[in-house]
Design a protein around this ligand. Sequence first.
Ligand SMILES: [Zn+2]
Length: 107
Amino acid sequence: MTESHFEKTYQDMVRKGAMEKVRWLENLSKMILPSMRKRIQMNDKTVLQELVIPNWVKWELLHEWANEKATEGKGQLCVLCSGIKEAGIRYNNRFVCEPCFKSIKNL
Ligand SMILES: [Zn+2]
């Protein structure tokens, strides 16, 4: 099993007892808006200008985090509402959640 850069960093911080950093990593999903997460996924580094990222956090870590969260099975990022949803369909290679899909169909 290969560990991700994110996991490695997280476990490093736990081992070092750097609780402030551990907490920062745990709260990532609360700090980063879904729309920003989407930009991170697309490797759009201009998002860094809108975020306050500590200097020990590397882009690689954010990028991995954004992609993992979107594919970890608990849901996918809907391209329309930017919500993480479980139910939905893939449409033109993009994920669209069920409520959004229904609203498109009704147009
Ligand atoms: Zn949606």
